[in-house]
Design a protein around this ligand. Structure first.
Ligand code: ATP
Ligand code: MG
Length: 285
């Protein structure tokens, strides 16, 4: 994955920048999936959104931007594979479900237990290479799964895509759970997205209530409705609320995004409405 060795470093940098620009020009929409707090369901949303978009016939890629906890290979059921060369000096992404192009730091590690110990500049360089050197081809959507917070990875990705080459700013989805502490962090994510001039698609309130499989009664384990309130307060779109569904945990562990099971569960119906909203907003540009 080494950048080209060149006699003139200035010229080499210029060539690399041009390469990045050329790559980004082939990606129509980038969607960053972010949250203030960990474990709220970003990777689940990213994987299910990617599959939903692919099923609509769009050309979709997933960039796992979570360097320290790369979960995308597992959720998309493409764990025990490696990245290979594309025969033209670039990197060939892994393919999930015969359609989705996937790249993750997970594919560069020796084992699943290997920790990544990198400082910010190293992370930036990896993100840059994932955008510049991976042969994504023409994409309608590149979904980027990010780690929680407003650290190096979201900043790098947003800046790289937002750079001078970018014709359009990336989109952002902010995932939250209904608790106060998560909502407080979601507010930070919204401000971060605003500061970086991302186009905010909206807030998703995940783990919003639990429908009892026995009596059908809805139990608000972590309260409910806070995501909607935060979205209203912050004047951003509310994409929808996805309830806690034990099937999501099971499917995720088995490498199956839950939208693969076509049913009329509350979670599936809610997610379908979220995807519709995203399609409507991204079609308008
Ligand atoms: N609506 C839901 N109902 C039940 N379980 C869920 C739901 N959404 C996500 N989960 C489960 O919660 C766990 C955390 O989800 P996920 O990994 O997507 O969160 P994350 O925000 O990406 O976490 P991290 O911050 O660590 O990257 C997973 O086990 C996932 O299966
Ligand atoms: Mg994650």
């Amino acid at each position: 994955m080494a950048d080209n060795v060149h006699a003139d470093p200035e010229q080499a940098r210029e060539e690399e920048n041009q390469k990045l620009e050329k790559q980004l020009a082939k990606i129509r929409n980038t969607i960053l999936v972010m949250s203030g707090k960990g474990g709220v369901g970003k990777s689940t949303v990213a994987a299910n959104l990617a599959l939903s978009l692919a099923r609509e016939g769009f050309r979709v890629g997933v960039l796992d931007g979570d360097i320290h906890g790369p979960d995308i290979p597992k959720i998309l059921g493409v764990e025990d594979v490696s990245l290979t060369g594309d025969g033209e000096g670039g990197i060939k992404p892994v393919t999930a479900f015969n359609t989705i192009k996937v790249v993750s730091v997970g594919y560069l590690l020796e084992s699943r237990d290997t920790p990544v110990i990198w400082r910010g500049p190293m992370k930036h360089s990896v993100m840059r290479q994932f955008l510049k050197d991976v042969n994504w081809g023409e994409l309608d959507y590149l979904v980027v799964d990010l780690p929680p917070g407003t650290g190096d990875e979201p900043l790098s990705i947003a800046q790289l895509i937002r750079g001078p080459a970018a014709a359009v700013a990336p989109w952002a989805i902010i995932v939250t759970t209904p608790q106060d502490v998560a909502l407080l962090d979601a507010r930070k994510s919204v401000e971060f997205a605003r500061a970086l001039e991302l186009r905010i698609l909206g807030v998703i309130e995940n783990m919003s209530g639990f429908s009892c499989p026995h009596c059908g009664e809805s139990i608000d384990l972590f309260k409910a409705g806070g995501g909607l309130k935060a979205a209203e307060d912050l004047r951003v779109n509310f994409l929808g609320a996805v309830p806690i569904d034990p099937r999501i945990v099971r499917d995720t562990d088995e490498g199956r995004p839950f939208v693969m099971t076509d049913d009329s569960s509350q979670a599936n119906m809610a997610f379908a409405r979220i995807v519709e909203d995203i399609l409507r907003q991204t079609a308008q540009q």
